[in-house]
Design a protein around this ligand. Structure first.
Ligand code: SF4
Ligand code: SF4
Length: 56
């Protein structure tokens, strides 16, 4: 199972994109999205998200 971002909970802070070691998180007009093809499932984004919006 890949990590996904719940855009209803996301605050758009960008912390997940900043912490991702492989730049798998992109924002498209303020909506953050994880590219599952690039993600190595390290869990950093989920740990750093202040809104608890990222889950596996
Ligand atoms: S789990 Fe790790 S590799 Fe995947 S998007 Fe989050 S920070 Fe990036
Ligand atoms: S860290 Fe959480 S709240 Fe911040 S942009 Fe990423 S998913 Fe949204």
């Amino acid at each position: 199972m890949a990590y996904t971002i719940d855009n209803e909970k996301c605050l758009g802070c960008g912390a997940c994109a900043a912490t991702c070691p492989v730049s798998a998180i992109e924002s498209d007009s303020g909506k953050y999205k994880i590219n599952a093809d690039v993600c190595i499932e390290c869990g950093s984004c989920a740990s750093d998200c202040p809104a608890n919006a990222i889950h596996k």
